[in-house]
Design a protein around this ligand. Structure first.
Ligand SMILES: [Zn+2]
Length: 474
């Protein structure tokens, strides 16, 4: 990866040129040579990497789907096909002199860059967890991505923070961990609700007088709502960084409101966006200015989720990533299943003036788009919308929704636990009305105990809470 102070101010054409060079180098010197999966794909599709002149030609290359990455029934080691083979020592000496990238002398591949370090898994929110192999080279990149994210967020060594991301073999937790280590800030790595539990996390925030709290959006809102119950103070709290799970603007607003309600010193809320496939996360300088990507690490395309056509600047579509500078697991045109409402923009950020490409708008998950059967035929149900709507409400503490099928017809069952002081009957009635208006299938709303909802959604069990359960036997 490049020097960040230079890269983050580099004009768009220079970024494009750098990405072209990194891409063709990756394609010709890595994927075509030592990537078992793409080597096969190129052969199958009769693709000659030498004829791909730059990113202009990327549209001629096939997509990689999430399913392509999963272990096969008869081949559990299938994900290993996405891992670069370690070059032999001889390759280094015998290699023809490569072109000089950014004026640096190209000495050929260093085998130690390719040696396996660790596995991080996708969060498995919507399917089976996928393993991604990191080498020490990738670990250095992860640390660099973490430092850059802190730079964008404006976090320094003076910021004491509580890291409440869930401890797991997952790059999101570890990026945050390494960011605090590399920055040298005072930080408590709580491991999240799964490890330390809510009471101890809140107690630590109070005792350490930590101004910064880093957490998944759902757990953050729940934490602020239960602060009073445990009798802790948030008077030193100034800033919350939301991450791991995607945080729509409704979650940002709600978090701000809750911070104010609990008497926080300031109510700054910022977001991080993690894609397991990108092997790192990106930060936003302030909400709604877009996630500032690392163009020397990942090339981002926004495509039509159905046709796969590459979309223009600022158009809503699916986020597709291509690795430009990774070892271990390497992906080419991988469809992430995430929809960026505001697409990708390459003009400088009007807020912080950094010039790196930004992924704009709220992220929606494609897996949250459901087709339901009603007695008037198929209807679309966007559970991302339901999630936003439920997040925005002040009278809902926790919730989940089930999709059920009865005699060929689908219905929604919404289960809620209201905030303390909320009249349950009024809450259920108002939710039933909204559901009927917004979603065109029969819906039932019921209340449940706090424990029942906490257990069902796995609030302190999973990396992020699970909110939608499709019970249909499809
Ligand atoms: Zn910015």
């Amino acid at each position: 990866m490049q020097a960040w102070n230079k890269l983050s101010r580099m004009p768009a054409p220079a970024i494009k040129k750098m990405q072209d060079e990194l891409f063709t180098k990756m394609l010709r010197e890595e994927l075509a040579v030592r990537h078992p999966y793409y080597r096969e794909v190129f052969k199958e599709h009769d693709i000659n990497p030498d004829l791909i002149k730059g990113l202009e030609d990327i549209k001629h290359l096939p997509f990689t789907e999430k399913e392509d990455l999963l272990p096969r029934k008869n081949d559990l080691r299938h994900p290993k096909k996405f891992v670069l083979e370690v070059p032999s020592e001889g390759e280094q000496k015998g290699k023809k002199k490569g072109f000089a990238l950014f004026g640096k002398k190209d000495k050929g591949p260093d085998p130690s860059d390719y040696k396996f370090h660790t596995l991080y898994f996708s969060a498995g929110r919507t399917g089976k967890p996928v393993p991604f192999e990191y080498t020490h080279y990738d670990l250095r990149n992860l640390k660099e991505a973490g430092l850059r994210a802190f730079d964008i967020l404006g976090l320094t060594r003076d910021d004491t923070m509580i890291n409440a991301f869930t401890y797991a073999p997952n790059a999101f937790f570890w990026q945050m961990f390494y960011s605090t280590i590399e920055t040298g800030s005072t930080a408590l790595q709580t491991g999240g609700g799964k490890v330390l539990g809510m009471e101890k996390i809140l107690k630590a925030m109070d005792n350490m007088e930590a101004p910064v709290f880093v957490c998944a959006p759902g757990y953050t809102i729940f934490a602020l709502q239960t602060l009073d119950h445990f009798g802790f103070s948030a008077e030193n709290l100034e800033r919350i960084v939301l991450g791991i799970d995607y945080a729509p603007m409704e979650a940002v607003e709600k978090t701000r409101k809750m911070m104010e309600a609990v008497g926080a010193k300031d109510t700054k809320v910022q977001r991080l966006y993690f894609i397991a496939e990108a092997k790192s996360g990106w930060a936003e300088c302030d909400p709604d200015y877009g996630y500032h990507t690392n163009p020397d690490h990942i090339y981002v395309e926004i495509v039509d989720p159905e046709s796969g056509a590459v979309l223009g600047e600022g158009e809503k579509g699916e986020v597709v990533i291509t690795h430009l500078d990774t070892r271990g697991t390497v992906l080419l045109r991988c469809k992430t299943g995430d929809i960026a409402a505001g697409g990708l923009v390459t003009e400088p950020c009007p807020n912080c003036k950094r010039t790196v490409p930004r992924i704009m708008g709220d992220i929606e998950r494609k897996a949250y788009y459901y087709e339901l059967h009603s007695n008037e035929g198929p209807v679309q149900f966007n559970a991302n919308q339901l999630r936003k709507m439920m997040t925005a409400r002040d009278d809902v503490l926790l919730w989940y929704a089930e999709i059920n099928r009865d005699r060929g017809l689908d219905n929604l069952n919404l289960v809620v636990k209201g905030t303390s002081g909320t009249d349950e009957d009024t809450l259920l009635k108002s939710l039933a009305e909204v559901l009927q208006k917004e979603f065109s299938v029969p819906a039932n709303v019921e209340s449940a105990s706090l424990d029942a909802v906490v257990n069902k959604i796995g609030l302190e069990k999973y990396i992020t809470a699970q909110l939608i359960f499709d019970n249909r036997d499809l």
